[in-house]
Structures are given as C-alpha cells and as structure tokens.
Write a protein that binds this ligand. Structure first.
Ligand SMILES: Nc1ncnc2c1ncn2[C@@H]1O[C@H](COP(=O)(O)OP(=O)(O)O)[C@@H](O)[C@H]1O
Ligand SMILES: [Mg+2]
Length: 497
C-alpha cells in the first residue's frame, strides 16, 4: 500500500497575510457600497484557488453571497459565458424571494442559467437568428453592438446590483486565462460599471500563460486602469514559508535534508511541493522537472487507474461515471477500483454532482501531454461518438466540434462548428460565434466539397465572421473578413451579395 500524502487543502492557510489583507479590505469597501474588483495573478500551483477559497470562507462568514465560476481549457471552443453561467446558477434556484424576483424580472438571464428554472426557452436576440432566407441574402441589421448581448449584460449587472441591495455579493471567477471571448466581453462590461453596488468581483489568472499576444492581455491592461480595479500578484513562497508549508503537510517530522530538498526544488510553488513530498514518500529518488514528478507518481498506480486518468485528461471537463465506463472500456468493478485508487492518491477528486476531475489542472496537463498521438486521437473520437449518440443539450455542438477537431474528424467538426456558431448567436455571444466560424473557415478547404454542410460556402462564412467580429467589438477584424469576402467573390457569385 502506498503512502498517501496530505494536501494543502487539509492544513490551515500558510503565509499570504498581506494578500489576504488586501482582499479583505476590498471586500470591506464593497460592504460599505464601494464596488470593486481584484485581478489575482500567479503561476499555476502557486495558491490562487486556495486564497480565493479562504476569501470565500471569510466573506461567507460576514454574510455575503459567494458565487464561484470557473473557466476551462477548450481553446476558445467551449460554451460561451461558462464561468458566469456557473457563478449565477445558484441565483436561478434560490428560494430567497428577493433573489427569485430579481431573476424573474430579467428573462434575458434564461440564456445563461440552466433551463427549466422558471424561464422560457432562451429568447432570441432582438434581431432574430438568421433564417435560411437571411443566410441567402445576408441582409441583417448591423448594430454597433449585438443587442442580444447587451440585453444579457444588462441583465447580469442588474440582477447582481439588485441582489447586492439586500446582501453583499462576491463573485469569484477562476482561471480567466481560459475565458472565451464572450466571457471577456461580459467581464469588461461588468468591471467598467462598478459603482456603489455592494459587489466585489475577484478574477484569477495564470500570469505565465498570458503572453503578449494572449487575448486576455489587452483586456487586463484596460481593466487595471479603472479606479475600481486592483491587481494582486501572488508570488511563490519564500524559503521560510515554503519550509513551514512542507512541515505542515507532513504528518510526522521530516528529516531536515528532505525538507530542504523539497523546499529548494519546489521553488516556493506549493503544488509542486505537495507533489514532490508525495513522490518522496513513495520512492527515494526525486525526478527533476514538474512533469516528471507528476508522471512518476502516476506510474506507481495500477494500469487500470492510469488508463482512467488518461481518459479523463482528454475530456477537458469533469466526467460522469457512465461516460467513463463507455470511453475507458473498463468493466464496472475495475472502473470503481481504479477511481477509488486515483481519488485516494489525490490525483482525481469527486465533485458534488458525482463527476470526476483532476485535483489540479497541472496534473491534467501533464497526463494529456504524455499521451501518445494515437491514444489521444482515439479517446477524443470516443468522446465525440458518445456526444453524438446523446440527446442534445446546451453546448453539445461546441463539445462535439472540439473533440472532432482534436481527433481530426473534420467532416463531423465542420457542421458541429456551424451549429455551435448558431447556438452562440442565440445565447447572445457573438464573440464565441466568431471563434466557431473562424475555426470552420480554417478547416473549410480540408473538408471534401461533398461533405460540406448544405447551404454554406466560403463566402457566406466570411460574411458571418465579419458580422460576428463587428458585433463583438472587433471592427478591424470585421473589415478584414469583409475584404477577404470581396476577394472571394467570383464572377458567378449571386449578385445580391
Ligand atoms: N497558502 C497556502 N496554504 C496552504 N496550502 C496552500 C497554500 N497555497 C496553496 N496551497 C495548496 O497548494 C496546492 C496548489 O494550490 P492552488 O490554490 O490549487 O494553486 P493555483 O490555483 O494557483 O493553481 C493546493 O493543494 C492548495 O491547497
Ligand atoms: Mg487554481
């Protein structure tokens, strides 16, 4: 039986006094009616989630309503507004009369909240989604900003403002480096309208991922110029705090040289320190880089467990038991045993809805990065097949498109992207619709003409891209797509284009 290490989530918060003080001060101002936002940056594993959890506990103790939403890594292909949808979901099922009335008064929220919560089907944007006739002629209103999107943004701001009248509200948005374009637009809208609401928005992101050309970079520099927005940078632990952290993790006193070794190798990163300690309790030689540390710990698990962990790494979202049974091909008993082992060794965690996910995204990244191309592609294909066989749900086509693209099944991906584009438009998310149509354009030529969806051609996609770029606030790109469309015009193109 392998030793199972403790984790930082099981010990009291180490260090971070200064950062915690700033976060609490921002909340105290929000409580007094000075709305604000904090952008919390730091490397993966440095302790952003842990700090936000501690803040959540603190403000919950002060009577605030804490709403948490997470972004996931689906390369801009995911469901639009995912973190806001997750954060606001509790409002849709609230029994509190004030909250319920605030939500009911804003039907546009139906696009964000799960259906069947007193909402009708999501209402289409003010200009209805394109009919096939519109598509033919491409005459659509071209408002400065998409009206459906504005209605939704107003509804989100309105509901938060109204709920915050009766109790302070804190929104925690995790991992914004993975936010889709629509989420970024909504974040920008919300943060630029912070006034006297009793509202605090805290967003975390991985500093190392937001390189110069990352889409979040420009937004961040705009946001920090707002008087209501401050940045808190979370640095790795210094040597003394790292030592305290490692000693707190270990159940029994560790030899000084082991502590010193882990402290120096982890470079103050608590996640790395935890994994090094776990590896150390399982074997004597410590591998060098983080990926090797993570993988060497996994190598000690049974083959079935490793298989399940690899299958989950491809999902890019928490996976339910039934999906795992189908995609992994393991029998019930083997699967249960494998999941138990992975959870016991803190590789996976079980969420409240019974789904399984990695305890930290870095583990997922290491496992996914280590897959052989064949296995990766086969597993993506298995998820795609499963999604195709299920009844349609929100985000279905975006997920299908993602897994089909990753398994190079472009014939499935192309129509799925176009349906995901339509869905994003209906949800009032032109930024996401734009990403989908851009991806469709990028694979258009690679899909044999006979397999392309009926009623579409490249010119039409360029028009769509131009329209969505315009309505999501990217006028230069709208113009560039329009220019490409003009170039793509051939003498036999219909005259009304
Ligand atoms: N200040 C801290 N005190 C105790 N545990 C911590 C602290 N910071 C991080 N940890 C632990 O380290 C691990 C990685 O931290 P996490 O918050 O998940 O990092 P991030 O969100 O920045 O990737 C988690 O197990 C967490 O509980
Ligand atoms: Mg985190």
């Amino acid at each position: 039986m392998l030793l199972v290490p403790r984790l930082g989530s099981g010990i009291p918060l180490v260090a971070r006094t200064h950062e915690m003080r700033r976060l609490r001060a921002a909340f105290a101002r929000a409580e007094r009616g000075e709305a604000g936002a904090v952008l919390l940056s730091g490397d993966a594993g440095v302790g952003k989630t842990r700090l936000l959890t501690a803040l959540g506990e603190h403000v919950d103790g002060c009577g605030a309503l804490v709403l948490t939403g997470r972004c996931i890594d689906v390369r801009e292909g995911g469901l639009p507004y995912l973190p806001f949808a997750e954060a606001l979901a509790p409002l849709g099922v609230a029994t509190d009369a004030v909250v319920a009335a605030a939500v009911r008064a804003r039907p546009a929220l139906g696009r964000l909240l799960p259906q069947g919560q007193g909402f009708e089907e999501p209402r289409a944007a003010e200009h209805p989604p394109m009919t096939s006739n519109d598509r033919e002629t491409m005459v659509r209103p071209r408002p400065e900003q998409d009206l459906g999107q504005l209605q939704l943004f107003d509804a989100v701001l309105g509901v938060l403002t109204e709920v915050a009248e009766s109790r302070p509200v804190v929104i925690l948005l995790e991992d914004l480096h993975w936010a889709d374009a629509s989420t970024r637009n909504l974040l920008s809208f919300l943060l630029s309208r912070l006034r006297a609401q009793r509202l605090l928005v805290v967003g975390s992101y991985r500093e190392e991922d937001v390189h110069r050309r990352h889409p979040l970079r420009g937004l961040l520099s705009e946001l920090v110029r707002l008087a209501t927005v401050e940045r808190v940078d979370l640095h790795p632990f210094g040597a003394a705090d790292a030592r305290r952290f490692v000693e707190a993790l270990a159940d029994e006193p560790l030899p000084a040289d082991v502590v010193a070794d882990i402290v120096s190798r982890s470079e103050g990163n608590p996640f790395f320190a935890e994994e090094l300690l776990a590896t150390k309790t399982e074997c004597n030689d410590l591998p060098a880089g983080l990926a090797e540390v993570l993988l060497s710990r996994l190598e000690r698990l049974s083959p079935d467990t490793r298989r399940v962990v690899r299958v989950i790494s491809v999902a890019n979202e928490p996976v339910m038991h039934a999906a795992l049974a189908e995609v992994s091909g393991l029998g019930e008993l083997e699967l249960d045993e494998a999941l138990r082992e992975a959870v016991q060794h803190h590789v996976l965690v079980v969420l409240s809805d019974g789904s399984y996910t990695f305890r930290h995204a870095l583990l997922q990244e290491a496992v996914y990065g280590d897959l052989l191309p064949g296995e990766r592609s086969r597993t993506h294909a298995a998820y795609a097949a499963r999604i195709q066989a299920r009844p349609q749900g929100r985000g279905h086509d975006a997920k299908l498109a993602y897994h089909s693209l990753q398994s190079s099944d472009l014939v499935t991906a192309l129509p799925a992207l176009l349906r995901a584009m339509d869905e994003a438009e209906k949800l009032g998310a032109p930024g996401s619709a734009l990403r989908h149509v851009e991806q469709a354009l990028s694979i258009w030529d690679a899909v044999p003409a006979a397999d392309r969806p009926e009623g579409y051609d490249e010119l039409r996609l360029l028009h769509e891209a131009s329209y969505f770029a315009g309505t999501s606030g990217e006028p230069e790109r709208a113009a560039a797509f329009a220019r490409s469309a003009t170039r793509a015009l051939t003498p036999d193109s219909p005259v009304d284009r």
